[in-house]
Design a protein around this ligand. Structure first.
Ligand code: G4P
Length: 529
């Protein structure tokens, strides 16, 4: 073992304290508000509203890109770290728009669990279904939080049915709302048999929620709202809606919590659930399927690269999820892709836009490396015993445009901008032979990715692009042998992504099926996984 590796027991102990998760939700369901209230518990914010100003969706701790501000969507992911109940919580942000599902997918590779946040009045909205499916595809435990229960919404039993049928996850109500929609009296904590009285304090500005009572003496049995809630709870008991830890761990069932982030109600129960039900980091399998133990030498996975976060400096941040061992600032590691050594000198932890220098980190933590020019999304870095984690999953692009530089003389900047965006995973850059192409095709899962790409080319690189629509509708991954056959078939266009992956672009599903029929054995992967 190398010198910088901590005593194994310290690493294991620290890893056991980590809870690394993300919140996934539809825009406006209350992710920012919930995040902020969670931070209150960790004393990371002195007062709710200190960072998040909701009016006009002005900047928040995690929203920083001009485009996000204008559109009111969260494009980029950042990390918030705080402590609660002796646990270190790493909360990774995800974009709220399904056009950025690929970003969410990458974040899912860096977390050990996720919270699905649903607006009580809206249920699961179609646009967000994809994000939830992306989270599910990773097989990580999912906790559901039904937010905005202070307002009229869908009946709780109906919501449970809705979750079960839409997400194909067995919901288990862990808390249960008491009161009429729009007049919440409180929630029952089913496991602890307590009643948390709803406290309508203005703005819910304090960290703690309202009064907690034992269930038996919580309410007058004749109160109609209470009686109804008790009936509903016995229905749940009869229907076998019991908590199943193994089912949660296996991604088959989801514990459901009801609350209201705005009034800071039920958020503490949610945070307790994250601590209790979201697992601590576990050993991560490498490309050969062998686990890198938590107390092995340091290793980490680059799941996000973001350039120019700070408009005052041209920078490039790489976010590394620590997978094993102890990270120490200044340590020398090897990039498994290039085999080259790299010194992790400028390490920081981020809190929204703020950065603080980070001296050490343990499995589960996320380290931001400033000016990490050599790191790309999906890279593994390690110390000591070599390791390389599996390729990060991507989604097949479904939208394609062809672009060219409005000012052909600036071709170098044009190429540089495209490589930068491709390395960050902002967009798929597809060229004829994988090299420089004055008219590359951009592929995206959602069209907003094009807006982000062209806006960033303009503001960060001074490149204006002209774009043309194309007829391609879907892409499949193939290999060299497949590419040759596809070219001769004339049924699809072959393009190479900047990382060397070969794609066949089709104008319709029919063409894909025809090729599959005509040329069995041809590699045509859907890419995901
Ligand atoms: P997002 O990050 O998921 O996009 O949602 P965000 O937290 O920004 O919340 C969206 C809107 O929903 C905000 O209102 C917020 O105040 C409101 N909200 C969040 N949680 C609750 C809740 O539990 N109950 C109720 N009633 N509202 C909630 P806004 O009108 O955009 O801002 P503001 O004018 O209220 O500040």
């Amino acid at each position: 073992m190398s010198q910088t590796t901590a005593a194994p027991d310290i690493t294991l102990e620290e890893a056991g304290r980590r809870r690394t998760f993300a919140i996934i939700s539809h825009p406006d369901a209350g992710k920012t508000t919930t995040t902020e209230k969670m931070l209150l518990f960790g004393n990371a914010l002195v007062e709710a509203g200190a960072v998040v100003s909701k009016k006009d969706r002005r900047s928040t701790a995690s929203d920083w890109m001009e485009l996000e501000k204008r559109r009111g969507i969260s494009v980029s992911s950042t990390v918030l770290r705080f402590e609660h109940d002796d646990k270190v919580i790493n909360l990774l942000d995800t974009p709220g728009h399904s056009d950025f599902s690929e970003d969410t997918l990458r974040v899912m590779s860096a977390v050990d669990g996720a919270v699905i946040l649903i607006d009580a009045a809206k249920g699961i909205e179609s646009q967000t279904l994809r994000l939830f499916e992306v989270a599910r595809s990773r097989g990580i435990p999912l906790i559901t939080f039904i937010n905005k229960c202070d307002r009229p919404g869908i009946e709780p039993l109906e919501l449970l049915d809705h979750i079960e049928s839409t997400l194909d996850l067995m919901p288990t109500a862990m808390s249960w709302p008491v009161g009429d929609p729009g007049n919440l009296l409180g929630v029952v904590d089913r496991r602890r048999r307590t009643f948390h009285r709803f406290d309508r304090s203005p703005g819910g500005r304090s960290a703690r929620g309202g009064e907690i009572l034992a269930l038996d003496n919580a309410f007058d049995a004749l109160d109609p709202a209470w009686t109804r809630a008790m009936e509903e709870l016995s229905l749940l008991d009869e229907a076998g809606h019991d908590f199943d830890v193994d089912g949660v761990g296996a991604g088959i069932s989801t514990p459901v919590y009801f609350g209201s982030a705005l009034t800071n109600f039920g958020v503490e129960l949610l945070l307790d659930a994250v601590i209790e039900l979201s697992p601590a980091p576990t050993p991560r399998p490498d490309r050969r399927g062998e686990a890198r133990e938590l107390d092995d030498d340091f290793s980490g996975l680059v799941f996000k690269v973001q350039a120019n976060m700070d408009p005052r400096h041209r920078d490039r941040n790489a976010f590394i999820r620590v997978c094993s061992g102890r990270f120490e600032r200044g340590m020398k590691v090897v990039n498994a892709r290039t085999g080259k050594p790299i010194a992790l000198n400028y390490a920081s932890e981020t809190f929204g836009r703020q950065r603080e220098t980070l001296d050490e980190a343990f499995p589960g933590d996320v380290v931001g490396i400033v000016n990490a020019a050599d790191l790309q999304v999906g890279d593994t870095v390690f110390e000591g015993e070599p390791v390389r984690f599996p390729e990060l999953p991507t989604l097949a692009p479904e939208h394609f445009i062809q672009i060219r530089n409005a000012d052909a003389r600036r071709h170098k900047q044009f190429s540089r901008a495209l490589s930068q965006l491709a390395e960050e995973g902002v967009i798929h850059v597809l060229t004829r032979d994988g090299g420089r192409d004055p008219m590359p095709v951009l592929g995206a899962v959602g069209r907003l990715q094009f807006d982000v790409a062209t806006e960033r080319m303009s503001t960060e690189f001074g490149i204006e692009v002209l774009s043309d629509e194309t007829n391609w509708k879907l892409a499949r991954r193939t290999d060299e042998a497949g590419a040759e056959e596809i070219r001769t078939s004339g049924l699809a266009e072959v393009r190479t992504r900047s990382d060397g992956m070969i794609f066949a672009l089709f104008t319709s599903q029919f063409q894909v099926e025809r090729l599959e029929r005509d040329r069995p054995g041809l590699r045509l992967d859907r890419l995901v996984g």
